[in-house]
Design a protein around this ligand. Structure first.
Ligand SMILES: O=C1O[C@H](COP(=O)(O)O)[C@@H](O)[C@H](O)[C@H]1O
Length: 261
Protein backbone atom coordinates (compact mmCIF):
# COMPACT_ATOMS: atom_id res chain seq x y z
CA UNK A 1 0.00 0.00 0.00
CA UNK A 2 1.37 3.43 -0.87
CA UNK A 3 1.66 6.13 1.77
CA UNK A 4 0.68 9.63 0.68
CA UNK A 5 3.71 11.90 0.39
CA UNK A 6 4.24 14.46 3.13
CA UNK A 7 6.17 17.59 2.18
CA UNK A 8 8.57 19.67 4.22
CA UNK A 9 9.94 22.77 2.50
CA UNK A 10 12.99 24.56 3.89
CA UNK A 11 14.31 28.00 3.01
CA UNK A 12 17.42 26.85 1.17
CA UNK A 13 19.53 23.78 0.52
CA UNK A 14 21.90 24.34 3.45
CA UNK A 15 19.02 24.51 5.92
CA UNK A 16 17.39 21.53 4.25
CA UNK A 17 20.57 19.46 4.63
CA UNK A 18 20.96 20.45 8.29
CA UNK A 19 17.31 19.77 9.12
CA UNK A 20 17.36 16.43 7.29
CA UNK A 21 20.57 15.46 9.11
CA UNK A 22 18.95 16.30 12.46
CA UNK A 23 15.88 14.29 11.47
CA UNK A 24 18.05 11.33 10.51
CA UNK A 25 19.99 11.41 13.77
CA UNK A 26 16.70 11.31 15.71
CA UNK A 27 15.35 8.49 13.60
CA UNK A 28 18.53 6.40 14.04
CA UNK A 29 18.68 7.03 17.80
CA UNK A 30 15.02 6.04 18.14
CA UNK A 31 15.53 2.84 16.14
CA UNK A 32 18.58 1.92 18.20
CA UNK A 33 16.67 2.58 21.42
CA UNK A 34 13.74 0.41 20.42
CA UNK A 35 15.41 -2.40 18.45
CA UNK A 36 19.09 -2.18 19.33
CA UNK A 37 20.21 -1.21 15.85
CA UNK A 38 19.24 0.85 12.84
CA UNK A 39 19.24 0.22 9.12
CA UNK A 40 19.65 3.10 6.70
CA UNK A 41 19.88 3.25 2.91
CA UNK A 42 22.07 6.04 1.59
CA UNK A 43 21.72 7.90 -1.68
CA UNK A 44 24.35 9.48 -3.85
CA UNK A 45 24.17 12.82 -5.61
CA UNK A 46 24.48 16.40 -4.43
CA UNK A 47 21.60 16.37 -1.98
CA UNK A 48 22.53 13.04 -0.41
CA UNK A 49 26.13 14.08 0.05
CA UNK A 50 25.02 17.47 1.38
CA UNK A 51 22.99 15.70 4.06
CA UNK A 52 25.93 13.48 5.03
CA UNK A 53 28.26 16.48 5.26
CA UNK A 54 25.70 18.27 7.46
CA UNK A 55 25.47 15.17 9.64
CA UNK A 56 29.26 15.08 9.97
CA UNK A 57 29.18 18.69 11.17
CA UNK A 58 26.26 18.21 13.60
CA UNK A 59 27.28 18.09 17.28
CA UNK A 60 24.43 15.61 17.87
CA UNK A 61 26.09 13.07 15.58
CA UNK A 62 27.69 11.60 18.70
CA UNK A 63 24.22 10.63 19.92
CA UNK A 64 24.31 7.87 17.30
CA UNK A 65 25.91 4.55 18.21
CA UNK A 66 27.75 4.18 14.91
CA UNK A 67 28.75 0.60 15.64
CA UNK A 68 25.09 -0.45 15.68
CA UNK A 69 23.96 0.72 12.28
CA UNK A 70 23.74 -1.07 8.95
CA UNK A 71 24.37 1.13 5.94
CA UNK A 72 23.13 0.11 2.51
CA UNK A 73 23.03 1.97 -0.80
CA UNK A 74 20.10 2.68 -3.09
CA UNK A 75 22.34 2.68 -6.13
CA UNK A 76 25.91 2.77 -7.26
CA UNK A 77 27.85 3.90 -10.28
CA UNK A 78 29.55 0.70 -11.54
CA UNK A 79 33.15 1.87 -11.47
CA UNK A 80 36.40 0.60 -9.89
CA UNK A 81 36.74 0.61 -6.12
CA UNK A 82 37.82 4.04 -4.87
CA UNK A 83 36.74 5.86 -8.02
CA UNK A 84 35.83 9.41 -6.99
CA UNK A 85 32.51 9.13 -8.85
CA UNK A 86 31.34 6.13 -6.84
CA UNK A 87 28.60 6.98 -4.36
CA UNK A 88 30.38 5.08 -1.58
CA UNK A 89 33.62 7.00 -2.17
CA UNK A 90 31.74 10.28 -1.87
CA UNK A 91 29.86 9.10 1.22
CA UNK A 92 33.13 8.09 2.87
CA UNK A 93 34.58 11.54 2.22
CA UNK A 94 31.43 13.33 3.45
CA UNK A 95 30.84 11.32 6.63
CA UNK A 96 31.70 7.65 6.87
CA UNK A 97 35.44 8.02 7.38
CA UNK A 98 34.78 10.34 10.32
CA UNK A 99 32.57 8.05 12.42
CA UNK A 100 33.30 4.70 14.13
CA UNK A 101 31.24 2.38 11.93
CA UNK A 102 31.50 -1.40 12.05
CA UNK A 103 33.05 -2.18 8.63
CA UNK A 104 31.06 -5.44 8.52
CA UNK A 105 27.87 -3.37 8.56
CA UNK A 106 28.82 -1.03 5.73
CA UNK A 107 27.25 -2.76 2.74
CA UNK A 108 28.74 -1.03 -0.28
CA UNK A 109 27.51 -2.18 -3.67
CA UNK A 110 30.10 -4.09 -5.72
CA UNK A 111 32.69 -2.27 -7.81
CA UNK A 112 33.57 -3.03 -11.44
CA UNK A 113 36.95 -4.42 -10.35
CA UNK A 114 35.42 -6.63 -7.66
CA UNK A 115 34.71 -10.38 -7.63
CA UNK A 116 32.24 -10.12 -10.52
CA UNK A 117 34.53 -8.08 -12.73
CA UNK A 118 32.60 -5.98 -15.21
CA UNK A 119 29.51 -8.23 -15.09
CA UNK A 120 27.07 -5.72 -13.62
CA UNK A 121 24.18 -8.16 -13.61
CA UNK A 122 26.17 -10.65 -11.52
CA UNK A 123 27.18 -7.79 -9.21
CA UNK A 124 23.52 -6.81 -8.80
CA UNK A 125 22.52 -10.41 -8.08
CA UNK A 126 25.20 -10.69 -5.40
CA UNK A 127 23.94 -7.52 -3.68
CA UNK A 128 20.42 -8.96 -3.78
CA UNK A 129 21.77 -12.07 -2.05
CA UNK A 130 23.49 -9.94 0.60
CA UNK A 131 20.21 -8.16 1.26
CA UNK A 132 18.30 -11.44 1.40
CA UNK A 133 20.78 -12.86 3.92
CA UNK A 134 20.22 -9.83 6.13
CA UNK A 135 16.43 -10.09 5.93
CA UNK A 136 14.58 -11.64 8.85
CA UNK A 137 11.55 -13.95 8.63
CA UNK A 138 9.10 -11.10 9.14
CA UNK A 139 10.78 -8.68 6.74
CA UNK A 140 9.22 -7.76 3.46
CA UNK A 141 10.24 -8.93 0.00
CA UNK A 142 13.78 -10.24 0.47
CA UNK A 143 15.29 -7.15 2.06
CA UNK A 144 15.90 -6.26 5.71
CA UNK A 145 13.67 -3.72 7.38
CA UNK A 146 15.17 -0.37 6.39
CA UNK A 147 14.29 2.29 8.95
CA UNK A 148 15.01 5.08 6.50
CA UNK A 149 15.73 4.85 2.79
CA UNK A 150 16.91 8.09 1.22
CA UNK A 151 16.68 8.98 -2.45
CA UNK A 152 18.04 12.03 -4.22
CA UNK A 153 15.63 13.11 -6.95
CA UNK A 154 17.32 13.76 -10.29
CA UNK A 155 16.26 16.61 -12.59
CA UNK A 156 14.71 13.98 -14.89
CA UNK A 157 12.75 12.47 -11.94
CA UNK A 158 15.12 9.52 -11.56
CA UNK A 159 15.70 8.08 -8.12
CA UNK A 160 18.49 5.63 -7.22
CA UNK A 161 19.46 4.53 -10.76
CA UNK A 162 15.87 4.09 -11.88
CA UNK A 163 15.65 6.29 -14.96
CA UNK A 164 12.44 7.06 -16.83
CA UNK A 165 11.40 4.34 -19.26
CA UNK A 166 14.50 2.12 -18.75
CA UNK A 167 13.92 -1.57 -17.91
CA UNK A 168 15.05 -1.22 -14.27
CA UNK A 169 12.05 0.90 -13.34
CA UNK A 170 9.70 -1.78 -14.70
CA UNK A 171 11.21 -4.53 -12.53
CA UNK A 172 8.61 -6.16 -10.30
CA UNK A 173 10.40 -9.24 -8.93
CA UNK A 174 14.10 -8.69 -8.27
CA UNK A 175 15.29 -6.38 -5.50
CA UNK A 176 18.49 -5.26 -7.24
CA UNK A 177 19.29 -5.03 -10.95
CA UNK A 178 22.08 -3.92 -13.22
CA UNK A 179 21.45 -0.81 -15.31
CA UNK A 180 22.78 -0.50 -18.84
CA UNK A 181 22.69 2.70 -20.84
CA UNK A 182 21.78 5.19 -18.11
CA UNK A 183 21.35 8.67 -19.60
CA UNK A 184 23.47 10.16 -16.79
CA UNK A 185 27.12 9.04 -16.67
CA UNK A 186 28.33 6.51 -15.97
CA UNK A 187 25.94 4.42 -18.11
CA UNK A 188 26.45 1.22 -16.12
CA UNK A 189 25.03 1.14 -12.62
CA UNK A 190 23.54 -1.07 -9.92
CA UNK A 191 20.23 -0.11 -8.36
CA UNK A 192 17.56 -1.17 -5.89
CA UNK A 193 14.24 -1.63 -7.64
CA UNK A 194 10.90 -0.09 -6.73
CA UNK A 195 9.75 -3.25 -4.87
CA UNK A 196 12.89 -3.08 -2.68
CA UNK A 197 12.45 0.64 -2.09
CA UNK A 198 8.81 0.16 -1.10
CA UNK A 199 9.78 -2.37 1.57
CA UNK A 200 11.37 0.44 3.62
CA UNK A 201 9.49 1.81 6.61
CA UNK A 202 10.27 5.38 5.66
CA UNK A 203 11.30 6.70 2.26
CA UNK A 204 12.74 10.22 2.17
CA UNK A 205 13.08 11.98 -1.16
CA UNK A 206 15.58 14.84 -1.23
CA UNK A 207 15.20 17.66 -3.72
CA UNK A 208 17.06 20.94 -3.42
CA UNK A 209 17.82 23.46 -6.13
CA UNK A 210 16.00 24.99 -9.04
CA UNK A 211 16.99 22.16 -11.35
CA UNK A 212 14.81 19.82 -9.26
CA UNK A 213 11.68 21.99 -9.41
CA UNK A 214 10.15 20.51 -12.53
CA UNK A 215 10.94 16.95 -11.43
CA UNK A 216 9.29 17.50 -8.03
CA UNK A 217 6.21 19.06 -9.63
CA UNK A 218 5.84 16.20 -12.12
CA UNK A 219 6.40 13.41 -9.59
CA UNK A 220 3.99 14.94 -7.08
CA UNK A 221 1.25 15.69 -9.59
CA UNK A 222 0.12 12.16 -10.35
CA UNK A 223 2.68 11.11 -12.97
CA UNK A 224 3.21 7.41 -13.63
CA UNK A 225 6.29 5.74 -12.16
CA UNK A 226 7.61 4.49 -15.52
CA UNK A 227 7.77 8.04 -16.84
CA UNK A 228 8.65 9.60 -13.46
CA UNK A 229 10.34 7.03 -11.18
CA UNK A 230 10.23 9.37 -8.16
CA UNK A 231 6.43 9.05 -8.26
CA UNK A 232 6.75 5.34 -7.52
CA UNK A 233 9.00 5.68 -4.46
CA UNK A 234 7.12 5.38 -1.21
CA UNK A 235 7.57 3.80 2.18
CA UNK A 236 5.34 1.42 4.14
CA UNK A 237 4.89 3.80 7.06
CA UNK A 238 5.90 7.17 5.63
CA UNK A 239 6.91 8.93 2.43
CA UNK A 240 8.59 12.23 3.08
CA UNK A 241 9.67 14.77 0.50
CA UNK A 242 12.33 17.13 1.88
CA UNK A 243 12.67 20.13 -0.39
CA UNK A 244 14.10 23.60 -0.45
CA UNK A 245 12.08 26.56 -1.66
CA UNK A 246 13.73 26.49 -5.09
CA UNK A 247 12.82 22.85 -5.67
CA UNK A 248 9.28 23.51 -4.41
CA UNK A 249 8.80 26.55 -6.65
CA UNK A 250 6.79 24.76 -9.33
CA UNK A 251 4.61 22.65 -7.06
CA UNK A 252 0.86 23.08 -7.38
CA UNK A 253 -0.37 25.48 -4.66
CA UNK A 254 -2.52 22.73 -3.21
CA UNK A 255 0.61 20.75 -2.35
CA UNK A 256 2.81 23.53 -1.05
CA UNK A 257 2.52 23.63 2.74
CA UNK A 258 1.29 27.00 3.92
CA UNK A 259 3.86 27.47 6.69
CA UNK A 260 7.36 26.19 6.11
CA UNK A 261 10.69 27.03 7.59
O1 LIG B 1 23.57 9.68 -10.22
C1 LIG B 1 22.87 9.84 -9.26
O2 LIG B 1 22.01 10.89 -9.22
C2 LIG B 1 20.94 11.00 -8.29
C3 LIG B 1 20.60 12.48 -8.09
O3 LIG B 1 21.79 13.22 -7.99
P1 LIG B 1 21.84 14.82 -7.91
O4 LIG B 1 23.29 15.18 -7.93
O5 LIG B 1 21.07 15.34 -9.10
O6 LIG B 1 21.17 15.20 -6.61
C4 LIG B 1 21.29 10.29 -7.01
O7 LIG B 1 20.17 10.21 -6.22
C5 LIG B 1 21.81 8.88 -7.29
O8 LIG B 1 22.07 8.20 -6.09
C6 LIG B 1 23.06 9.00 -8.06
O9 LIG B 1 23.68 7.78 -8.37
Amino acid sequence: MSTAPQLVVHRDKELMAQAAAARLITRIVDAQASRGSASVVLTGGRNGNGLLAALAAAPARDAVDWGRIDLWWGDERFLPDGDPERNVTQARAALLDAVPLDPERVHAMPASDGPHGTDVDAAAASYAEELARAAGPTDHGGVPEFDVLMLGVGPDTHVASLFPELPAVRETERTVVGVHGAPKPPPTRVTLTLPAIRAAREVWLLAAGEDKAEAAAIALSGAGEIQAPAAGAYGRARTLWLLDAAAASQLPRALYPPASA
